[in-house]
Design a binder for this molecule. Structure first.
Ligand code: CUA
Length: 483
């Protein structure tokens, strides 16, 4: 059997000696040189030759093989290898045969040999074959470690997320499907996060470039099986979540039997609640009996707001000219806050109402109390003008900010006892709240703002909106509240 003729090219003497030691008795080494120039001088143009090139030698790596071809060389093969101990790794093989254009392009593109042409001499097969088998064993080892790390990280991330109280207490039936789905989202997110982070960190740490390694990494192109898997699995996951989401939405928006109806009116910047089945009108507080389904009919007097009690989970827009629905069954007695969750103006952040979920007895008591208070709200002995003013104040929404009960903490000063009182203004001066002051305060709200209240909250549109008679009626109503 004729032995393969081999030429070794490397600037490193150890590489040259190593290859000779490894293959020397199985091939015919015709030379071991340091540069391409020296190698070219040795190439015999008529007989076949394998050139083994040091893959880690950057100068040789980038050498242009075209001159070899143009010389009309026959049956020349170039193999780039690295040598570590007695292990030889083949990185790239090029066949340089003849001067045909096709072969030239193939060679320059670095395409591998075709099956017949590539079959390396039997002598070469040992180290390469061993290398491949080791690769596969190594890959399996890496994958097992990564799978374990992903499993552990996923468990830790999910544990942390589930114990981080991301959500306030669930206090309604509607919260159940929402929280259930949210929980599964968190678990899937925990897994995806771990999968990505573990793969990236593992690769960065385990496959980092170590001192002395100067070569390029192995080149590989695509993996069809992997691409199919990572397309199909997310597709199934997304479709599954879409189905579960639709089911959850249906559960969370379904009406129930025997609902308590509450009409909700949103306005800048307050909430009113009317209970048409009881005699409660425009309450500023939302009181609900526990475990009774509630049907909210929501609307707005001005801009778009949104009705949201975080503990009930779901929310609904309040749209002017439209009645929107929300069905809630509170399951936990407690005190909550209704928040506006649609940016609606300067005091959007303060558009909050108290929500109390109470037992049936407490609800009945509250309803009775509200009905009684409602009856007293407009005293019977009001003058005709003041009565008109009272109606106007309700329809314009004045009483949303200016209560008539003397309570502190409204968005505007209370009207109870205001008329004739001495009020302190934001500029430090004082004035008497007489008819002149009140007229000016309605027509030019920013002119004399009462200390402790922000300007630019009260609409400045009344001067175009109110007739002289309406203005007189409003002032008369405020006057009637002096005591
Ligand atoms: Cu109303 Cu924000």
């Amino acid at each position: 059997m004729t032995r393969e003729r081999v030429l070794i090219v490397s600037a490193h003497p150890l590489f040259r000696e190593g290859i000779v030691r490894l293959l020397g008795d199985r091939v015919e080494v015709i030379g071991a040189v340091a540069t391409w120039e020296e190698a070219q001088a040795l190439i015999d143009e008529t007989s076949s030759l394998v050139i083994i090139v040091d893959h880690q030698d950057a100068d040789l790596q980038e050498a242009d093989l075209a001159p070899l071809l143009w010389r009309g060389t026959k049956n020349l093969r170039v193999i780039y290898v690295t040598l570590a101990g007695d292990e030889m790794t083949v990185h790239e093989r090029r066949q340089v045969a003849g001067a045909g254009e096709v072969e030239l392009l193939q060679a320059l593109k670095g395409e591998p040999w075709t099956a017949e042409a590539t079959a390396p001499p039997t002598a070469d097969r040992g180290p390469q074959w061993r290398e491949k088998r080791m690769d596969r064993r190594d890959n399996r080892k890496h994958l097992i470690i990564i799978a374990l790390l992903v499993a552990i990280t996923t468990a830790v991330v999910i544990l942390l997320l589930e114990n981080s109280s991301l959500m306030p207490t669930a206090a309604s039936r509607q919260a159940q499907p929402v929280d259930w789905l949210f929980g599964w989202h968190l678990r899937v997110i925990g897994f995806l996060f771990s999968l990505i982070v573990v793969f990236v960190l593992y690769s960065v740490i385990v496959f980092r470039r170590r001192p002395g390694e100067t070569g390029e990494g192995a080149y590989f192109h695509g993996n069809t099986r992997l691409e199919i898997i990572w397309t199909i699995l997310p597709l199934i996951t997304v479709l599954l979540f879409a189905t579960l989401g639709a089911r959850g939405l249906a559960q969370a928006t379904a009406a129930e039997k025997d609902e308590l109806v509450v009409e909700v009116t949103a306005l800048q910047f307050d909430w009113w609640f009317t209970y048409p089945q009881y005699n409660v009108v425009n309450s500023q507080e939302l009181v609900l009996p526990v475990n009774r389904p509630v049907y909210f009919k929501i609307t707005s007097k001005d801009v778009i707001h949104s009705f949201w009690v975080p503990e009930f989970r779901i929310k609904q827009d309040a749209v002017p000219g439209l009645i929107t629905d929300l069905h809630i069954r509170p399951l936990e007695v407690g005190e909550y806050k209704l928040r506006c969750s649609e940016v609606c103006g300067v005091l959007h952040y303060a558009m909050v109402a108290d929500v109390r979920v109470v037992d049936q007895a407490a609800f009945d008591a509250w309803v009775a109390e509200q009905a009684a208070a409602g009856a007293e709200a407009v005293p019977a002995e009001l003058s005709e003008l003041a009565r008109k003013g009272a109606e106007l104040a309700a329809s314009l929404g004045c009483t949303a900010c200016h209560n008539v009960t003397g309570q502190e903490g409204g968005l505007g000063p209370t009207w109870k006892g205001l008329f004739g009182a001495i009020v302190e203004l934001t500029d430090g001066t004082t004035t008497v709240a007489d008819e002149a002051y009140l007229r000016r305060a309605i027509l030019e709200p920013n002119a004399q703002v009462v200390a402790g209240y922000p300007s630019n909250v009260m609409p400045q549109t009344y001067k175009d909106q109110l007739t002289e008679e309406q203005l007189k009626a409003l002032v008369a109503y405020i006057e009637s509240l002096a005591q």
